[in-house]
Design a protein around this ligand. Structure first.
Ligand code: FAD
Length: 581
Protein backbone atom coordinates (compact mmCIF):
# COMPACT_ATOMS: atom_id res chain seq x y z
CA UNK A 1 0.00 0.00 0.00
CA UNK A 2 1.47 3.35 -0.95
CA UNK A 3 0.95 6.20 1.45
CA UNK A 4 0.96 9.75 0.19
CA UNK A 5 3.24 12.29 1.82
CA UNK A 6 6.29 11.87 4.08
CA UNK A 7 5.80 10.57 7.58
CA UNK A 8 6.67 12.95 10.39
CA UNK A 9 7.41 10.00 12.65
CA UNK A 10 10.04 8.70 10.24
CA UNK A 11 11.49 11.86 8.74
CA UNK A 12 10.53 14.76 10.95
CA UNK A 13 10.04 18.10 9.23
CA UNK A 14 12.75 18.78 6.67
CA UNK A 15 14.85 21.81 7.44
CA UNK A 16 13.03 22.67 10.64
CA UNK A 17 16.15 22.73 12.80
CA UNK A 18 17.34 26.00 11.38
CA UNK A 19 18.63 24.41 8.20
CA UNK A 20 17.02 25.56 4.96
CA UNK A 21 15.18 28.68 4.04
CA UNK A 22 12.09 28.39 6.22
CA UNK A 23 8.50 28.06 5.16
CA UNK A 24 6.41 30.75 3.48
CA UNK A 25 3.16 29.18 4.65
CA UNK A 26 1.87 26.31 6.76
CA UNK A 27 -1.32 24.50 5.78
CA UNK A 28 -3.08 22.51 8.50
CA UNK A 29 -4.76 19.50 6.89
CA UNK A 30 -4.15 17.84 3.53
CA UNK A 31 -7.75 17.58 2.38
CA UNK A 32 -8.38 18.74 -1.14
CA UNK A 33 -8.89 22.30 0.08
CA UNK A 34 -5.51 22.37 1.83
CA UNK A 35 -3.65 20.74 -1.04
CA UNK A 36 -5.25 23.08 -3.57
CA UNK A 37 -4.34 26.18 -1.57
CA UNK A 38 -0.78 24.91 -1.17
CA UNK A 39 -0.40 24.03 -4.85
CA UNK A 40 -1.82 27.35 -6.05
CA UNK A 41 0.48 29.30 -3.71
CA UNK A 42 3.42 27.25 -4.96
CA UNK A 43 2.49 27.71 -8.60
CA UNK A 44 1.42 31.34 -8.59
CA UNK A 45 3.51 32.90 -5.85
CA UNK A 46 6.50 30.54 -5.68
CA UNK A 47 5.71 29.84 -2.01
CA UNK A 48 7.38 27.04 -0.06
CA UNK A 49 4.39 25.55 1.67
CA UNK A 50 4.45 23.02 4.48
CA UNK A 51 1.29 20.92 4.62
CA UNK A 52 0.81 19.16 7.97
CA UNK A 53 -1.61 16.23 8.09
CA UNK A 54 -2.47 14.28 11.23
CA UNK A 55 -3.52 11.09 9.38
CA UNK A 56 -0.94 8.61 8.08
CA UNK A 57 -1.71 9.45 4.46
CA UNK A 58 -2.57 12.71 2.72
CA UNK A 59 -5.84 13.61 1.04
CA UNK A 60 -8.42 14.06 3.83
CA UNK A 61 -11.72 12.65 2.56
CA UNK A 62 -10.07 11.81 -0.76
CA UNK A 63 -7.81 9.21 0.85
CA UNK A 64 -8.32 5.49 0.35
CA UNK A 65 -7.75 2.62 2.73
CA UNK A 66 -6.72 -0.95 2.03
CA UNK A 67 -7.32 -4.48 3.25
CA UNK A 68 -5.58 -7.46 1.67
CA UNK A 69 -6.81 -7.59 -1.94
CA UNK A 70 -9.06 -4.54 -1.63
CA UNK A 71 -9.12 -0.78 -1.48
CA UNK A 72 -11.98 1.67 -0.84
CA UNK A 73 -12.53 5.42 -1.13
CA UNK A 74 -13.76 7.09 2.02
CA UNK A 75 -15.26 10.28 0.58
CA UNK A 76 -15.41 10.29 -3.21
CA UNK A 77 -17.95 8.35 -5.24
CA UNK A 78 -18.43 10.59 -8.23
CA UNK A 79 -17.62 14.10 -9.34
CA UNK A 80 -19.56 16.18 -11.86
CA UNK A 81 -18.23 18.22 -14.74
CA UNK A 82 -14.70 16.80 -14.72
CA UNK A 83 -15.33 14.53 -17.70
CA UNK A 84 -15.89 17.63 -19.85
CA UNK A 85 -12.41 18.98 -20.69
CA UNK A 86 -13.69 22.57 -21.06
CA UNK A 87 -15.40 22.90 -17.70
CA UNK A 88 -13.75 25.05 -15.06
CA UNK A 89 -13.58 22.19 -12.57
CA UNK A 90 -11.85 19.94 -15.07
CA UNK A 91 -9.44 22.70 -16.01
CA UNK A 92 -8.74 23.31 -12.33
CA UNK A 93 -7.88 19.65 -11.80
CA UNK A 94 -5.72 19.64 -14.94
CA UNK A 95 -3.97 22.76 -13.67
CA UNK A 96 -3.34 21.34 -10.21
CA UNK A 97 -2.17 17.94 -11.44
CA UNK A 98 -0.45 18.98 -14.69
CA UNK A 99 -2.92 16.77 -16.46
CA UNK A 100 -1.82 13.66 -14.60
CA UNK A 101 -5.21 12.88 -13.08
CA UNK A 102 -7.54 11.01 -15.43
CA UNK A 103 -11.31 10.70 -15.08
CA UNK A 104 -13.57 7.87 -16.16
CA UNK A 105 -17.01 8.93 -17.34
CA UNK A 106 -19.76 7.00 -15.55
CA UNK A 107 -21.76 6.78 -18.75
CA UNK A 108 -25.37 7.53 -19.49
CA UNK A 109 -26.86 7.00 -16.03
CA UNK A 110 -25.04 8.43 -13.04
CA UNK A 111 -27.68 8.15 -10.31
CA UNK A 112 -30.68 5.86 -9.90
CA UNK A 113 -33.35 6.80 -7.40
CA UNK A 114 -35.08 3.72 -6.00
CA UNK A 115 -38.32 4.24 -4.10
CA UNK A 116 -39.89 1.00 -3.04
CA UNK A 117 -40.05 -1.06 -6.24
CA UNK A 118 -39.81 1.95 -8.58
CA UNK A 119 -36.57 3.07 -10.23
CA UNK A 120 -35.81 6.46 -11.76
CA UNK A 121 -32.63 7.00 -13.73
CA UNK A 122 -30.81 10.33 -13.84
CA UNK A 123 -29.48 10.54 -17.38
CA UNK A 124 -26.44 12.67 -18.25
CA UNK A 125 -27.21 15.90 -20.11
CA UNK A 126 -29.85 18.46 -19.29
CA UNK A 127 -32.09 17.70 -22.26
CA UNK A 128 -31.79 13.94 -21.86
CA UNK A 129 -32.51 14.34 -18.15
CA UNK A 130 -35.58 16.43 -19.01
CA UNK A 131 -36.80 13.89 -21.56
CA UNK A 132 -36.39 10.98 -19.16
CA UNK A 133 -38.25 12.81 -16.38
CA UNK A 134 -41.02 13.69 -18.84
CA UNK A 135 -41.32 9.97 -19.60
CA UNK A 136 -41.58 9.09 -15.91
CA UNK A 137 -44.00 11.93 -15.11
CA UNK A 138 -46.00 12.69 -18.29
CA UNK A 139 -48.59 14.71 -16.37
CA UNK A 140 -45.93 16.96 -14.84
CA UNK A 141 -43.82 18.05 -17.80
CA UNK A 142 -44.40 21.75 -17.13
CA UNK A 143 -43.29 21.36 -13.52
CA UNK A 144 -40.14 19.54 -14.61
CA UNK A 145 -39.38 22.36 -17.06
CA UNK A 146 -39.95 24.95 -14.33
CA UNK A 147 -37.63 23.00 -12.03
CA UNK A 148 -34.78 22.88 -14.55
CA UNK A 149 -35.26 26.57 -15.29
CA UNK A 150 -35.07 27.38 -11.59
CA UNK A 151 -31.93 25.28 -11.15
CA UNK A 152 -30.23 27.13 -14.00
CA UNK A 153 -31.27 30.57 -12.73
CA UNK A 154 -29.99 29.79 -9.24
CA UNK A 155 -26.68 28.41 -10.47
CA UNK A 156 -26.17 31.63 -12.44
CA UNK A 157 -26.16 33.64 -9.22
CA UNK A 158 -23.37 31.58 -7.70
CA UNK A 159 -20.23 32.86 -9.41
CA UNK A 160 -20.38 36.31 -7.83
CA UNK A 161 -21.44 34.87 -4.49
CA UNK A 162 -18.27 32.82 -4.20
CA UNK A 163 -15.90 35.30 -5.78
CA UNK A 164 -16.92 37.86 -3.15
CA UNK A 165 -15.29 35.62 -0.57
CA UNK A 166 -11.85 36.18 -2.07
CA UNK A 167 -12.13 39.96 -1.65
CA UNK A 168 -10.68 41.72 1.38
CA UNK A 169 -13.46 41.77 4.03
CA UNK A 170 -14.12 45.53 3.80
CA UNK A 171 -14.44 45.46 0.02
CA UNK A 172 -16.53 42.31 0.31
CA UNK A 173 -18.94 44.08 2.67
CA UNK A 174 -19.28 47.07 0.36
CA UNK A 175 -19.96 44.94 -2.69
CA UNK A 176 -22.12 42.43 -0.85
CA UNK A 177 -25.54 43.59 -2.11
CA UNK A 178 -24.34 43.31 -5.68
CA UNK A 179 -22.29 40.15 -5.40
CA UNK A 180 -24.12 38.15 -2.72
CA UNK A 181 -27.62 39.60 -2.95
CA UNK A 182 -28.99 37.58 -5.91
CA UNK A 183 -27.65 34.27 -4.57
CA UNK A 184 -28.89 34.98 -1.06
CA UNK A 185 -32.44 35.41 -2.35
CA UNK A 186 -32.22 31.73 -3.38
CA UNK A 187 -30.06 30.57 -0.49
CA UNK A 188 -32.48 31.83 2.19
CA UNK A 189 -35.17 29.44 1.03
CA UNK A 190 -35.32 25.75 1.78
CA UNK A 191 -35.57 23.05 -0.86
CA UNK A 192 -39.01 22.18 0.44
CA UNK A 193 -40.28 25.75 0.05
CA UNK A 194 -39.07 26.09 -3.52
CA UNK A 195 -40.22 22.62 -4.54
CA UNK A 196 -43.69 23.44 -3.19
CA UNK A 197 -43.86 26.30 -5.71
CA UNK A 198 -42.88 23.96 -8.53
CA UNK A 199 -45.04 20.90 -7.90
CA UNK A 200 -47.40 19.38 -5.37
CA UNK A 201 -46.71 15.83 -6.52
CA UNK A 202 -45.00 13.92 -3.69
CA UNK A 203 -43.33 11.34 -5.93
CA UNK A 204 -41.93 13.92 -8.35
CA UNK A 205 -40.60 15.90 -5.39
CA UNK A 206 -39.05 12.77 -3.87
CA UNK A 207 -37.30 11.89 -7.13
CA UNK A 208 -36.02 15.38 -7.91
CA UNK A 209 -34.65 15.73 -4.38
CA UNK A 210 -33.31 12.17 -4.43
CA UNK A 211 -29.68 13.31 -4.32
CA UNK A 212 -30.14 15.10 -1.01
CA UNK A 213 -27.56 12.79 0.54
CA UNK A 214 -24.92 14.57 -1.55
CA UNK A 215 -25.37 17.60 0.68
CA UNK A 216 -26.61 15.69 3.70
CA UNK A 217 -29.89 17.39 4.61
CA UNK A 218 -33.50 16.55 3.80
CA UNK A 219 -35.60 19.12 1.88
CA UNK A 220 -37.16 20.98 4.82
CA UNK A 221 -33.72 21.86 6.22
CA UNK A 222 -31.47 22.28 3.19
CA UNK A 223 -30.90 25.54 1.36
CA UNK A 224 -32.30 25.62 -2.17
CA UNK A 225 -29.03 27.24 -3.27
CA UNK A 226 -27.06 24.13 -2.26
CA UNK A 227 -29.57 21.86 -3.94
CA UNK A 228 -29.38 23.80 -7.20
CA UNK A 229 -25.58 23.79 -7.20
CA UNK A 230 -25.49 20.07 -6.54
CA UNK A 231 -28.06 19.15 -9.17
CA UNK A 232 -26.41 21.45 -11.68
CA UNK A 233 -23.01 19.97 -10.91
CA UNK A 234 -24.13 16.50 -11.97
CA UNK A 235 -26.57 17.37 -14.76
CA UNK A 236 -23.94 16.67 -17.41
CA UNK A 237 -23.13 13.33 -15.73
CA UNK A 238 -20.59 11.98 -13.28
CA UNK A 239 -17.02 10.75 -13.41
CA UNK A 240 -14.64 8.79 -11.21
CA UNK A 241 -10.89 9.36 -10.74
CA UNK A 242 -9.02 6.64 -12.62
CA UNK A 243 -6.93 4.68 -10.12
CA UNK A 244 -9.19 5.63 -7.17
CA UNK A 245 -9.59 8.83 -5.21
CA UNK A 246 -6.09 8.66 -3.69
CA UNK A 247 -4.82 9.69 -7.13
CA UNK A 248 -6.15 13.19 -6.42
CA UNK A 249 -3.64 13.91 -3.64
CA UNK A 250 -0.90 11.90 -5.34
CA UNK A 251 -1.09 14.02 -8.48
CA UNK A 252 -1.32 17.42 -6.71
CA UNK A 253 1.55 16.80 -4.29
CA UNK A 254 4.43 17.10 -6.84
CA UNK A 255 3.60 20.76 -7.55
CA UNK A 256 3.92 21.57 -3.84
CA UNK A 257 7.28 19.80 -3.59
CA UNK A 258 8.55 21.33 -6.83
CA UNK A 259 8.45 24.76 -5.20
CA UNK A 260 10.37 23.49 -2.15
CA UNK A 261 7.32 22.61 -0.07
CA UNK A 262 6.44 19.36 1.66
CA UNK A 263 3.41 17.31 2.67
CA UNK A 264 4.06 15.72 6.04
CA UNK A 265 1.73 13.06 7.45
CA UNK A 266 1.20 11.83 11.03
CA UNK A 267 1.79 15.44 12.03
CA UNK A 268 -0.97 16.46 14.43
CA UNK A 269 -1.18 20.21 14.90
CA UNK A 270 -2.15 21.02 18.48
CA UNK A 271 -2.13 24.80 18.35
CA UNK A 272 -1.79 27.78 16.07
CA UNK A 273 0.89 30.10 17.44
CA UNK A 274 -0.12 33.73 17.69
CA UNK A 275 2.29 36.55 18.44
CA UNK A 276 0.43 39.72 19.34
CA UNK A 277 -2.32 39.81 16.76
CA UNK A 278 -0.57 37.69 14.15
CA UNK A 279 -0.43 33.96 13.42
CA UNK A 280 3.23 33.00 13.24
CA UNK A 281 3.27 29.21 13.08
CA UNK A 282 2.01 26.04 14.72
CA UNK A 283 2.86 23.71 17.57
CA UNK A 284 2.55 19.98 16.95
CA UNK A 285 1.14 17.56 19.50
CA UNK A 286 4.68 16.48 20.49
CA UNK A 287 5.64 20.10 21.20
CA UNK A 288 7.70 20.79 18.08
CA UNK A 289 7.12 24.29 16.72
CA UNK A 290 7.22 25.37 13.10
CA UNK A 291 7.19 29.02 12.10
CA UNK A 292 5.86 30.72 8.97
CA UNK A 293 4.40 34.15 8.17
CA UNK A 294 1.03 32.64 7.33
CA UNK A 295 -1.08 29.72 8.52
CA UNK A 296 -3.94 28.29 6.47
CA UNK A 297 -6.40 25.92 8.11
CA UNK A 298 -8.23 23.19 6.18
CA UNK A 299 -9.37 21.60 9.44
CA UNK A 300 -12.82 23.20 9.31
CA UNK A 301 -14.26 26.21 11.10
CA UNK A 302 -15.13 24.44 14.35
CA UNK A 303 -11.75 22.77 14.86
CA UNK A 304 -9.79 25.86 13.86
CA UNK A 305 -11.56 28.33 16.09
CA UNK A 306 -12.37 26.14 19.07
CA UNK A 307 -9.38 23.78 19.28
CA UNK A 308 -6.41 25.13 17.36
CA UNK A 309 -6.52 28.83 18.21
CA UNK A 310 -5.64 29.75 21.79
CA UNK A 311 -8.92 30.46 23.59
CA UNK A 312 -7.97 34.01 24.56
CA UNK A 313 -7.10 34.85 20.95
CA UNK A 314 -10.41 33.50 19.68
CA UNK A 315 -12.28 35.38 22.39
CA UNK A 316 -10.38 38.65 21.77
CA UNK A 317 -11.05 38.47 18.03
CA UNK A 318 -14.70 37.52 18.60
CA UNK A 319 -14.34 34.35 16.57
CA UNK A 320 -17.32 32.03 16.47
CA UNK A 321 -16.58 28.33 15.88
CA UNK A 322 -20.22 27.75 15.01
CA UNK A 323 -22.81 29.19 12.71
CA UNK A 324 -26.16 29.74 14.32
CA UNK A 325 -28.71 27.72 12.39
CA UNK A 326 -26.04 25.57 10.71
CA UNK A 327 -25.06 22.85 13.16
CA UNK A 328 -22.49 20.17 12.26
CA UNK A 329 -23.92 18.11 9.41
CA UNK A 330 -25.26 14.62 9.98
CA UNK A 331 -22.73 11.88 10.46
CA UNK A 332 -22.67 8.71 8.39
CA UNK A 333 -22.03 5.00 8.51
CA UNK A 334 -20.35 3.29 5.60
CA UNK A 335 -20.20 -0.41 4.83
CA UNK A 336 -17.13 -1.38 2.83
CA UNK A 337 -17.72 -4.62 0.96
CA UNK A 338 -15.18 -6.79 -0.86
CA UNK A 339 -16.03 -9.62 -3.25
CA UNK A 340 -13.83 -12.25 -4.88
CA UNK A 341 -15.59 -11.79 -8.21
CA UNK A 342 -15.22 -8.99 -10.71
CA UNK A 343 -17.86 -6.29 -11.09
CA UNK A 344 -18.98 -7.46 -14.53
CA UNK A 345 -19.65 -11.04 -13.45
CA UNK A 346 -21.76 -9.74 -10.57
CA UNK A 347 -23.65 -7.39 -12.88
CA UNK A 348 -22.59 -4.31 -10.91
CA UNK A 349 -23.15 -1.14 -12.89
CA UNK A 350 -21.57 2.29 -12.67
CA UNK A 351 -24.66 4.20 -11.57
CA UNK A 352 -25.01 5.00 -7.89
CA UNK A 353 -28.26 3.86 -6.33
CA UNK A 354 -30.18 5.93 -3.78
CA UNK A 355 -32.63 3.64 -2.03
CA UNK A 356 -35.54 5.20 -0.14
CA UNK A 357 -38.40 3.65 1.81
CA UNK A 358 -40.94 6.27 0.69
CA UNK A 359 -41.58 9.71 -0.77
CA UNK A 360 -41.25 11.88 2.32
CA UNK A 361 -37.51 12.25 2.93
CA UNK A 362 -38.04 14.58 5.89
CA UNK A 363 -40.37 12.21 7.68
CA UNK A 364 -38.17 9.14 7.17
CA UNK A 365 -35.05 10.97 8.40
CA UNK A 366 -36.86 12.35 11.46
CA UNK A 367 -38.25 8.92 12.33
CA UNK A 368 -34.87 7.21 12.05
CA UNK A 369 -33.05 9.84 14.09
CA UNK A 370 -35.58 9.23 16.87
CA UNK A 371 -35.50 5.44 16.51
CA UNK A 372 -32.54 3.50 15.08
CA UNK A 373 -34.85 0.53 14.48
CA UNK A 374 -37.04 2.54 12.08
CA UNK A 375 -36.59 1.88 8.35
CA UNK A 376 -33.31 3.24 6.94
CA UNK A 377 -34.20 6.65 5.49
CA UNK A 378 -31.58 6.21 2.78
CA UNK A 379 -29.05 3.65 1.63
CA UNK A 380 -26.58 4.90 -0.95
CA UNK A 381 -24.91 2.19 -3.04
CA UNK A 382 -21.73 2.94 -4.95
CA UNK A 383 -19.68 0.51 -7.06
CA UNK A 384 -16.14 1.91 -7.37
CA UNK A 385 -14.62 -1.18 -9.00
CA UNK A 386 -17.18 -0.88 -11.80
CA UNK A 387 -16.42 2.82 -12.27
CA UNK A 388 -12.64 2.57 -12.28
CA UNK A 389 -11.13 1.18 -15.51
CA UNK A 390 -7.84 0.65 -13.63
CA UNK A 391 -9.30 -1.38 -10.77
CA UNK A 392 -8.93 -4.79 -12.43
CA UNK A 393 -5.22 -4.18 -13.01
CA UNK A 394 -4.67 -3.44 -9.31
CA UNK A 395 -7.11 -6.00 -7.92
CA UNK A 396 -7.81 -8.68 -10.55
CA UNK A 397 -10.90 -10.81 -10.00
CA UNK A 398 -12.20 -8.57 -7.20
CA UNK A 399 -15.02 -6.10 -6.77
CA UNK A 400 -15.84 -3.51 -4.15
CA UNK A 401 -19.03 -1.82 -3.03
CA UNK A 402 -19.66 1.03 -0.59
CA UNK A 403 -23.02 1.38 1.12
CA UNK A 404 -23.51 4.66 2.96
CA UNK A 405 -26.23 5.49 5.44
CA UNK A 406 -27.05 8.33 7.75
CA UNK A 407 -26.39 8.06 11.50
CA UNK A 408 -26.47 10.78 14.15
CA UNK A 409 -23.23 11.21 16.06
CA UNK A 410 -25.24 11.21 19.30
CA UNK A 411 -25.90 7.47 18.93
CA UNK A 412 -22.17 6.87 19.28
CA UNK A 413 -21.27 9.58 21.76
CA UNK A 414 -21.07 7.19 24.70
CA UNK A 415 -18.12 5.41 23.06
CA UNK A 416 -16.34 8.62 22.01
CA UNK A 417 -13.69 8.31 24.69
CA UNK A 418 -12.86 4.68 23.92
CA UNK A 419 -9.93 3.65 21.75
CA UNK A 420 -10.17 2.58 18.12
CA UNK A 421 -10.63 -1.18 17.82
CA UNK A 422 -11.16 -1.43 21.59
CA UNK A 423 -14.55 0.16 21.96
CA UNK A 424 -16.20 -2.85 23.56
CA UNK A 425 -18.81 -5.49 22.84
CA UNK A 426 -21.88 -3.28 22.96
CA UNK A 427 -20.35 -0.96 20.37
CA UNK A 428 -19.48 -3.92 18.13
CA UNK A 429 -22.99 -5.32 18.53
CA UNK A 430 -24.60 -1.98 17.62
CA UNK A 431 -22.29 -1.72 14.63
CA UNK A 432 -23.08 -5.24 13.50
CA UNK A 433 -26.79 -4.53 13.58
CA UNK A 434 -26.37 -1.47 11.37
CA UNK A 435 -23.97 -3.32 9.07
CA UNK A 436 -26.47 -6.16 8.64
CA UNK A 437 -29.19 -3.72 7.68
CA UNK A 438 -27.02 -2.00 5.05
CA UNK A 439 -25.93 -5.40 3.73
CA UNK A 440 -29.53 -6.57 3.47
CA UNK A 441 -30.36 -3.50 1.40
CA UNK A 442 -27.36 -4.13 -0.85
CA UNK A 443 -28.37 -7.75 -1.44
CA UNK A 444 -31.95 -6.70 -2.11
CA UNK A 445 -30.79 -4.32 -4.85
CA UNK A 446 -27.98 -6.59 -6.15
CA UNK A 447 -29.08 -10.19 -5.53
CA UNK A 448 -26.02 -11.60 -7.36
CA UNK A 449 -23.94 -10.57 -4.35
CA UNK A 450 -25.76 -12.93 -1.97
CA UNK A 451 -23.40 -15.49 -0.46
CA UNK A 452 -20.34 -14.02 -2.20
CA UNK A 453 -19.19 -11.40 0.31
CA UNK A 454 -15.55 -11.93 1.21
CA UNK A 455 -15.02 -8.85 3.38
CA UNK A 456 -17.35 -6.35 5.04
CA UNK A 457 -16.59 -3.70 7.63
CA UNK A 458 -18.51 -0.73 8.87
CA UNK A 459 -17.21 2.74 9.63
CA UNK A 460 -19.13 4.84 12.14
CA UNK A 461 -19.08 8.54 13.02
CA UNK A 462 -16.28 7.67 15.47
CA UNK A 463 -14.20 6.41 12.53
CA UNK A 464 -14.74 9.77 10.81
CA UNK A 465 -13.47 11.55 13.91
CA UNK A 466 -10.53 9.16 14.22
CA UNK A 467 -9.36 9.38 10.60
CA UNK A 468 -10.63 12.73 9.33
CA UNK A 469 -10.68 14.71 12.58
CA UNK A 470 -14.24 15.96 12.25
CA UNK A 471 -15.26 16.25 15.91
CA UNK A 472 -18.90 15.22 15.47
CA UNK A 473 -18.14 12.67 12.77
CA UNK A 474 -19.83 15.07 10.38
CA UNK A 475 -19.91 14.01 6.76
CA UNK A 476 -19.95 17.52 5.23
CA UNK A 477 -18.70 20.00 7.84
CA UNK A 478 -21.26 22.68 8.65
CA UNK A 479 -24.70 21.69 7.46
CA UNK A 480 -25.98 23.37 4.29
CA UNK A 481 -28.91 25.25 5.76
CA UNK A 482 -29.94 28.74 4.64
CA UNK A 483 -28.03 30.13 7.68
CA UNK A 484 -24.76 28.65 6.45
CA UNK A 485 -24.89 30.70 3.28
CA UNK A 486 -25.85 33.84 5.19
CA UNK A 487 -22.78 33.54 7.46
CA UNK A 488 -20.23 36.17 6.45
CA UNK A 489 -17.32 34.65 8.34
CA UNK A 490 -17.09 31.54 6.14
CA UNK A 491 -14.36 33.04 3.98
CA UNK A 492 -10.56 32.85 3.63
CA UNK A 493 -9.74 35.97 5.65
CA UNK A 494 -10.01 35.81 9.43
CA UNK A 495 -9.68 38.63 11.96
CA UNK A 496 -6.29 37.18 13.00
CA UNK A 497 -3.62 38.57 10.66
CA UNK A 498 -1.80 35.82 8.78
CA UNK A 499 -4.49 33.21 9.52
CA UNK A 500 -6.70 31.97 6.69
CA UNK A 501 -9.40 29.34 6.31
CA UNK A 502 -9.81 27.03 3.35
CA UNK A 503 -11.63 23.91 2.14
CA UNK A 504 -15.26 22.90 2.00
CA UNK A 505 -16.40 24.96 5.01
CA UNK A 506 -15.72 28.25 3.22
CA UNK A 507 -17.33 27.11 -0.03
CA UNK A 508 -19.56 24.02 -0.10
CA UNK A 509 -19.11 20.35 0.66
CA UNK A 510 -17.90 18.17 -2.17
CA UNK A 511 -14.70 17.66 -4.06
CA UNK A 512 -15.50 20.65 -6.26
CA UNK A 513 -16.41 22.82 -3.28
CA UNK A 514 -13.24 21.94 -1.36
CA UNK A 515 -11.09 22.57 -4.42
CA UNK A 516 -12.67 25.94 -5.07
CA UNK A 517 -12.27 26.75 -1.37
CA UNK A 518 -8.53 26.21 -1.90
CA UNK A 519 -8.50 28.40 -5.01
CA UNK A 520 -10.39 31.18 -3.19
CA UNK A 521 -7.92 31.11 -0.30
CA UNK A 522 -4.90 31.28 -2.57
CA UNK A 523 -6.58 34.09 -4.53
CA UNK A 524 -7.31 36.01 -1.33
CA UNK A 525 -3.68 35.70 -0.23
CA UNK A 526 -2.03 36.48 -3.56
CA UNK A 527 -4.69 38.97 -4.66
CA UNK A 528 -4.51 37.39 -8.08
CA UNK A 529 -7.32 36.21 -10.32
CA UNK A 530 -6.51 32.55 -10.03
CA UNK A 531 -9.73 31.40 -11.70
CA UNK A 532 -8.52 33.37 -14.72
CA UNK A 533 -5.10 31.74 -14.40
CA UNK A 534 -6.71 28.30 -14.43
CA UNK A 535 -8.77 29.14 -17.50
CA UNK A 536 -5.73 30.54 -19.30
CA UNK A 537 -3.65 27.45 -18.60
CA UNK A 538 -3.40 25.45 -21.81
CA UNK A 539 -0.45 23.22 -20.94
CA UNK A 540 2.01 21.64 -20.75
CA UNK A 541 -0.02 18.47 -20.81
CA UNK A 542 0.64 14.79 -20.51
CA UNK A 543 0.45 12.86 -23.83
CA UNK A 544 -2.75 11.19 -22.58
CA UNK A 545 -4.40 14.51 -22.11
CA UNK A 546 -3.32 15.96 -25.45
CA UNK A 547 -4.98 13.01 -27.18
CA UNK A 548 -8.13 13.58 -25.22
CA UNK A 549 -8.24 17.32 -25.87
CA UNK A 550 -7.96 16.82 -29.60
CA UNK A 551 -10.86 14.38 -29.62
CA UNK A 552 -13.48 16.26 -27.61
CA UNK A 553 -15.13 19.66 -27.90
CA UNK A 554 -14.65 22.02 -25.03
CA UNK A 555 -17.58 23.45 -23.23
CA UNK A 556 -19.10 26.39 -25.08
CA UNK A 557 -21.57 27.47 -22.46
CA UNK A 558 -21.47 31.15 -21.69
CA UNK A 559 -21.75 30.65 -17.98
CA UNK A 560 -20.04 27.36 -17.32
CA UNK A 561 -16.72 28.71 -16.12
CA UNK A 562 -18.19 31.18 -13.70
CA UNK A 563 -20.86 29.01 -12.21
CA UNK A 564 -18.44 26.22 -11.60
CA UNK A 565 -16.37 28.64 -9.56
CA UNK A 566 -18.29 27.31 -6.64
CA UNK A 567 -17.21 23.80 -7.43
CA UNK A 568 -20.55 22.12 -7.34
CA UNK A 569 -22.88 23.24 -10.05
CA UNK A 570 -23.03 24.61 -13.52
CA UNK A 571 -26.07 23.01 -15.02
CA UNK A 572 -25.03 23.03 -18.65
CA UNK A 573 -25.72 20.32 -21.16
CA UNK A 574 -23.20 17.51 -21.32
CA UNK A 575 -21.65 16.07 -24.40
CA UNK A 576 -22.85 12.70 -25.53
CA UNK A 577 -20.64 9.67 -25.47
CA UNK A 578 -19.19 7.89 -22.50
CA UNK A 579 -15.45 7.88 -22.52
CA UNK A 580 -12.52 7.09 -20.33
CA UNK A 581 -10.39 10.14 -19.80
C1 FAD B 1 -18.82 9.32 2.86
C2 FAD B 1 -18.54 10.53 2.02
C3 FAD B 1 -18.84 10.49 0.67
C4 FAD B 1 -18.58 11.60 -0.13
N1 FAD B 1 -18.82 11.51 -1.48
C5 FAD B 1 -18.52 12.54 -2.28
C6 FAD B 1 -18.67 12.42 -3.69
O1 FAD B 1 -19.06 11.37 -4.21
N2 FAD B 1 -18.38 13.50 -4.45
C7 FAD B 1 -17.95 14.67 -3.93
O2 FAD B 1 -17.71 15.62 -4.67
N3 FAD B 1 -17.78 14.81 -2.57
C8 FAD B 1 -18.04 13.77 -1.76
N4 FAD B 1 -17.84 13.88 -0.41
C9 FAD B 1 -17.43 15.18 0.17
C10 FAD B 1 -15.97 15.51 -0.06
O3 FAD B 1 -15.17 14.36 0.08
C11 FAD B 1 -15.51 16.56 0.98
O4 FAD B 1 -16.45 17.59 1.05
C12 FAD B 1 -14.15 17.18 0.66
O5 FAD B 1 -13.21 16.19 0.29
C13 FAD B 1 -13.67 17.95 1.90
O6 FAD B 1 -12.37 18.46 1.68
P1 FAD B 1 -11.70 19.44 2.73
O7 FAD B 1 -10.34 19.75 2.23
O8 FAD B 1 -12.58 20.60 3.00
O9 FAD B 1 -11.65 18.67 4.11
P2 FAD B 1 -11.14 17.22 4.55
O10 FAD B 1 -11.06 16.31 3.38
O11 FAD B 1 -11.98 16.83 5.69
O12 FAD B 1 -9.65 17.47 5.05
C14 FAD B 1 -9.34 18.05 6.30
C15 FAD B 1 -8.01 17.46 6.72
O13 FAD B 1 -7.51 18.17 7.85
C16 FAD B 1 -6.85 17.24 8.67
N5 FAD B 1 -6.73 17.81 10.01
C17 FAD B 1 -7.73 18.19 10.84
N6 FAD B 1 -7.24 18.64 12.00
C18 FAD B 1 -5.89 18.56 11.91
C19 FAD B 1 -4.83 18.87 12.80
N7 FAD B 1 -5.07 19.36 14.01
N8 FAD B 1 -3.56 18.65 12.39
C20 FAD B 1 -3.31 18.15 11.14
N9 FAD B 1 -4.28 17.83 10.27
C21 FAD B 1 -5.56 18.03 10.65
C22 FAD B 1 -7.76 16.01 8.62
O14 FAD B 1 -7.11 14.85 9.06
C23 FAD B 1 -8.12 16.00 7.14
O15 FAD B 1 -7.19 15.23 6.40
C24 FAD B 1 -18.05 12.78 0.43
C25 FAD B 1 -17.71 12.81 1.78
C26 FAD B 1 -17.94 11.70 2.58
C27 FAD B 1 -17.54 11.73 4.02
Amino acid sequence: MSRIGRSYKQHGIPGNAGIGKGWDAIVIGSGLGGLTAASMLARHAGKRVLVLERHYTAGGFTHTFHRPGYEWDVGVHYVGDVHRPGSLLRRAFDHLTDGELAWADMGEVYDTIVIGEDRYEFVAGRERFRARMHEYFPRHTAAIDRYLERIRDTVRTSKKFFLEKALPPMLGRLSSPLLRGPAMREARRTVKEVMAEITDDPRLTAVLTGQYGDYGLPPSQASWFMHALLVGHYLAGGAYPVGGSSRIAATILPSIEAAGGAVITSADVAQILVDGKRAVGVRLADGEEVRAPMVISDAGLAVTYSRLLPKEVAARAGLRPTVEGAPPSYAHISLYVGLKHDAASLGLGRSNQWVYPGDDHDATVARFVRDPDAPLPVAYLSFPSAKDPDFARRHPGRATVEVVGLAPHAWFARWADTTWKKRGHDYEAFKQKLADRLMAELVRQCPAIAGKVDHAELSTPLSTTQFAAHPHGEIYGLSHTPARFAARHLRPHTPVAGLYLTGADICTAGVGGALMGGVLTAAAITRKNLVGAILRDRGPRSPRQRREASGVDVDDSAHAGGAAALGRGDGVEGRPGARVA
